[in-house]
Design a protein around this ligand. Structure first.
Ligand code: ATP
Ligand code: MG
Length: 374
C-alpha cells in the first residue's frame, strides 16, 4: 500500500498542509518541536485510530480551534481509498472511507496498515506490562479488526465488574451477592478468553519471525525467547477450556478480590516475557541488547502484517535511525529496501547512508509547514 497524499487541517501545529509522497522513502527533516512526530502521529491515527502520545482528541486539535481533519489518499493493490478522520471538540469523531460514513471502528481499521518505531519503544522491554499488552493489541487490531470490538467488550465487562466489586468491598459477606457475581464472572470469562486466545495465536506467529530477525541482527550469539505470560494460563487454545480456566481462577481469587474490591483475574493482567539466553531482557539486557530486541520485534511486526494483509504496511521511524549503531541501521535498511513505504523523521542527515539519501524524498518541516527540501 502506498500513501500518496496526506492533508492535515488544524491538526496539532498544522493549520492547513498537504503533503505529497513521491518516493518509497520520505525523510522529514527539521529542528525540534517543528511537527515531525505530529505528522507521523496523523498516519498512526489512520492506521489504529489511536495515538500512542495522547488519549484525548482535544490535544490533537490545533490550539484555539474546534475541529481538525486528517485526509489521506491511499493506493492499495485492488482499490484506492480516500480516508478522513474528523476530530471534534467535545463531540464524536467523524470517520469516512470514500465519503461513506463509518460507524464502527472495526470497519475503518485495516484500511491503512502501519508499524511505528520510535525511541520510546525501548519501553516495550523496560516498561510495565501495559506497554507490551498495548503493543500486541495494536497489532491485533490491524490484522483482525474485529479484535478492537472484542477488546472493547472485555474492557466494558471489566469496568462493570470492578464497579460491583468496589461496591461490595465493605460488605462483610458475599453470600447475598453470589448470583450477581456469577453473572459477571461468566461475562469476564467469555470475553477474556476471546482476548487471551487471540493474543496467544498472534504471538505464536510473531515469535518465530522475531527470533529469526534477532539471530540475524545479533549474529547468532544469543538466544531470544518470547513467551506469552497470560494471567490465566491457557491449557490449550480451545474456547471452552480457556473459559473454564478463567472461572476456576476467579473462584480461587474470590477472597482477595473481595478484599481489594477489584478484578485480579483476567486479560488485563497479561504480560509478554522477553528472554535473552534465558534471562529476562528487562532486568539484565544491556542497552544494546534491548535495542536489538526491539528492532527484531518491529521487523517481525512488519513481516507479520505483510503476511496477513498481503500488502506491505507503512513503516514510521520516529527519530530512531540515529540511535541505532551502523550495523543495526544497515540491518534495518536492508530489511526495508524499497518494499515498505517508509517515513523517517530526523533532525540531521548526518547519519544517513549516501545511497539512501539519494533515493529518498527529503522534506523540511518547520513550524507546522512542510516544504520540499533541496
Ligand atoms: P522533536 O525533534 O523534538 O521530536 P518534532 O518535530 O517531532 O520535534 P512534534 O512533536 O511533531 O515535534 O511537534 C511538537 C510541536 O507541536 C510543539 O511545538 C507543540 O507545542 C506543538 N503542538 C502540539 N500539539 C499542539 C496543538 N494541539 N496545537 C498547537 N500546537 C501543538
Ligand atoms: Mg519528534
Amino acid at each position: 500500500m502506498y500513501l500518496r497524499t496526506l492533508h492535515l487541517q488544524q491538526f496539532r501545529n498544522y493549520r492547513d498542509q498537504t503533503v505529497e509522497f513521491t518516493a518509497p522513502k520520505t525523510i522529514l527533516l527539521g529542528d525540534n518541536a517543528q511537527g515531525k512526530s505530529n505528522l507521523l502521529e496523523a498516519v498512526e491515527l489512520l492506521a489504529t485510530l489511536k495515538s500512542h502520545r495522547s488519549t484525548s482528541d482535544r490535544e490533537l486539535i490545533l490550539e484555539g480551534t474546534k475541529e481538525s481533519r486528517i485526509t489521506a489518499f491511499l493506493e492499495r493493490e485492488h482499490s484506492n481509498l480516500d480516508l478522513v478522520i474528523n476530530l471534534r471538540f467535545g463531540a464524536r469523531r467523524g470517520i469516512t472511507i470514500n465519503q461513506q460514513p463509518i460507524k464502527r471502528h472495526m470497519d475503518f481499521l485495516g484500511s491503512l496498515n502501519a508499524v511505528q518505531f520510535s525511541s520510546l519503544d525501548l519501553e516495550l522491554v523496560r516498561g510495565a506490562p501495559e506497554k507490551r499488552r498495548s503493543w500486541l493489541d495494536t497489532i491485533l487490531m490491524q490484522i483482525e479488526p474485529i479484535y478492537a470490538h472484542i477488546l472493547q467488550q472485555y474492557n466494558q465487562v471489566l469496568r462493570q465488574r470492578n464497579a460491583l466489586l468496589k461496591r461490595l468491598q465493605h460488605e462483610a459477606s458475599l453470600d447475598n451477592f453470589y448470583e450477581e457475581l456469577a453473572l459477571w464472572d461468566v461475562q469476564l470469562a467469555t470475553t477474556g478468553s476471546r482476548v487471551t486466545r487471540r493474543r496467544a495465536r498472534v504471538l505464536e506467529r510473531l515469535a518465530p519471525l522475531a527470533q529469526d530477525w534477532h539471530t540475524k541482527i545479533s549474529g547468532k550469539t544469543e538466544i531470544f525467547t518470547l513467551n506469552y505470560a497470560p494471567n490465566v494460563p491457557i491449557p490449550e487454545n480451545n474456547p471452552e477450556k480457556v473459559q473454564e480456566a478463567f472461572l476456576e481462577k476467579i473462584q480461587l481469587r474470590r477472597i482477595p478480590e473481595h478484599r481489594q474490591g477489584t478484578s485480579l483475574v483476567g486479560s488485563h493482567r497479561d504480560d509478554i516475557e522477553f528472554l535473552i539466553n534465558e534471562t529476562a531482557a528487562k532486568l539484565y539486557g544491556s542497552q544494546g541488547q534491548q535495542r536489538t530486541l526491539v528492532l527484531a520485534l518491529k521487523l517481525a511486526e512488519l513481516k507479520l502484517i505483510e503476511e496477513v494483509v498481503g500488502e506491505a504496511p507503512l513503516l514510521l521511524l520516529d527519530d530512531v535511525l540515529a540511535e541505532l549503531d551502523l550495523h543495526r541501521q544497515n540491518q534495518l535498511l536492508e530489511a526495508i529496501q524499497d518494499r515498505f513505504q517508509t517515513l523517517i523523521t530526523t533532525t540531521h542527515l548526518g547519519s544517513f547512508d549516501a545511497d539512501w539519501l539519494h533515493n529518498s524524498q527529503i522534506l523540511s518541516v518547520e513550524a507546522g509547514m512542510v516544504l520540499d527540501s533541496i
